[in-house]
Design a binder for this molecule. Structure first.
Ligand code: ADP
Ligand code: MG
Ligand code: MG
Length: 500
């Protein structure tokens, strides 16, 4: 796609163009060539917007910034201007969101498939093994989750050579940035509006982003379905969380849905273990409050479980009749191993009937392999740059790239064990663009690549599907030389899209 930044005009030119249709001055093709004064103004206004509108994160330089709201805040890392994205692939990504939602739900109901697919991973990955242990306890007692809530984010990159929209992963737990992501779309729209004389981009080409409201709506509906107005929505959080404002945006939006009725609380896994109990009817009570919905923003990484107490908290919650977002089976359905299993021939057919829907999902699957596919492993050792090696982890910073792929594979071959902890994935090479990334108040001109996340909300009660929607988006942009992509992990910045 053509860069939208060809539309950034020198001031004189912009003014002149309003009166004169024909103009000999060429527009600037590149945001890296943006006039320094304009850059300064844009950056300044962006920083003011972030500060006034709560587009902020905790500042790692400030000691209490992960625990006390309002102390030690800094603007979220953001791109100064939106990233161009082709409209057809945008529509494609939106269209598959409800199908992925349905798929996760179907997979979650097939306990045997989850256990079987992860059985070998279990032997070599203690974290996945603990999750499976809880899952298998629930299977044994025949635990039924009648109200099922999914707040997912499916992430994609656009492969430059093939122009294919390829899925990176599907997050079913702690899908973050629904709160801050909407604000970035607003920031960009407001800058384009304000500087319309200098930047000839149409603010309306940035799609409306309502992710925080849609997440809140789904949580509120789940709370409502649970049916006890005194019960709370509990956010399970890490003790220190510099991304707390993203979460606070969501809880604020959630409380607005039922003002004076719906309350939210924030608890760590350790607190839930210390102050949580199950009543005879399965009601979860934490600190004297019944819990209607458990929303996890922690619990996806081994580091969230410091001791046995955190695992008992997870088990306690799973045993309860509260709505879990996600349940243990939704959590497992989002693992990379399951992603790889679903990409095998004839597996989607096990869960979905509609042939067109299946074809749509399959179209966005990249190459995915288990490490017992020896031809692929051999090729990955020869050409490691074409693969990414992934363990069963979330939160960024865990994958293996480049020469390290070869080394890791050779090491696993030598040791003869451990390869079931990983999957191999085709490395996707997106188009490199020019962006201006704002960090700690300073604009940086960088060569970048981007990853588009599409949120999906799903709620059902028994046989009735109450919500199944695409629910906004999150664009993340990172320097092209960086392998990883997490914003919280410090690799990427928040961005929005400009449809071309
Ligand atoms: P996590 O659950 O930790 O976010 P991901 O699968 O999303 O794991 O990988 C983290 C990051 O690594 C992604 O955001 C992306 O930037 C990069 N990445 C992952 N898979 C690929 C791939 N197949 N090709 C290129 N980059 C990838
Ligand atoms: Mg993930
Ligand atoms: Mg990811």
């Amino acid at each position: 796609p053509k860069s939208p930044f060809s539309a950034i005009l020198p001031l004189k030119c912009a003014k002149k163009m309003q009166t004169q249709v024909e103009d000999s001055v060429k527009p600037i093709v590149d945001p890296h060539d943006i006039d320094p004064k304009l850059l300064q103004k844009l950056s300044y206004d962006a920083l003011v917007f972030c500060s006034l509108r709560g587009l902020v994160v905790g500042d790692r330089n400030s000691e209490k910034s992960g625990t006390v709201p309002g102390v030690g805040m800094v603007h979220a890392p953001v791109a100064l201007l939106p990233m161009s994205f082709p409209e057809s692939q945008w529509k494609q990504a939106c269209e598959v969101a409800p199908i992925f939602n349905e798929l996760v739900d179907r997979v979650s109901q097939d306990g045997e498939f989850l256990q079987q697919s992860l059985s070998r991973t279990k032997k070599v990955d203690p974290f996945t093994s603990r999750l499976l242990e809880i899952h298998s306890k629930m299977l044994k007692i025949n635990k039924k989750e009648e109200i099922r809530l999914g707040l997912h984010r499916s992430d994609y990159m656009l492969d430059e050579q093939t122009k294919l929209l390829l899925q990176i992963e599907l997050n079913t737990i702690s899908s973050s940035f629904s709160g801050l992501g909407c604000l970035v779309s607003e920031l960009h729209r407001s800058l384009l509006h304000q500087y319309r004389e200098r930047i000839a981009l149409n603010p309306n080409k940035i799609p409306t982003n309502n992710s925080v409201n849609q997440f809140a709506e789904a949580l509120a509906k789940a709370w409502n379905e649970y049916g006890d107005p005194r019960a709370v929505v509990m956010f399970v959080v890490q003790a220190e969380e510099r991304n707390m404002y993203d979460q606070h945006w969501l809880s604020a939006s959630l409380r607005e849905k039922y003002p004076t009725l719906l309350t939210t609380t924030r608890k760590t896994l350790a607190e839930i273990d210390a102050h949580g109990e199950l009543l005879e009817d399965g009601t979860l009570v934490v600190d004297g409050e019944a819990v209607a919905v458990i929303y996890f923003r922690a619990g996806y990484a081994p580091s969230d479980y410091h001791a046995e107490s955190e695992w008992s908290a997870r088990l306690l919650m799973e045993q309860s009749r509260a709505v879990k977002c996600p349940s243990i089976s939704y959590h497992l359905a989002g693992t990379k191993k399951i992603q790889q299993e679903l990409a095998k021939p004839n597996v989607l057919e096990r869960f979905l009937e509609n042939k067109e829907a299946i074809a749509k999902l399959r179209k966005c699957f990249a190459g995915l392999w288990s490490l017992d596919e020896s031809n692929t492993v051999k090729d990955a050792i020869e050409r490691p740059g074409l693969y990414v090696m992934k363990p069963q982890r979330e939160g960024g910073g865990n994958n293996i790239y480049g020469e390290d792929v070869r080394e890791a594979l050779l090491k696993l071959q030598k040791e003869g064990t451990g390869s079931d902890a990983f999957i191999l994935m085709q490395r996707i090479f997106p188009t490199v663009s020019h962006s201006i990334l704002m960090r700690e108040g300073i604009p940086h001109k960088e060569q970048t690549i981007s990853e588009l996340g599409i949120y999906g909300t799903y709620l059902r009660n028994k046989t009735e599907v109450l919500i199944n929607q695409q629910a906004g988006y999150l664009m993340r942009t990172k320097v092209s030389s960086s392998n990883e992509g997490g914003v919280a992990a410090g690799f990427a910045v928040l961005d929005s899209i400009y449809l071309v």
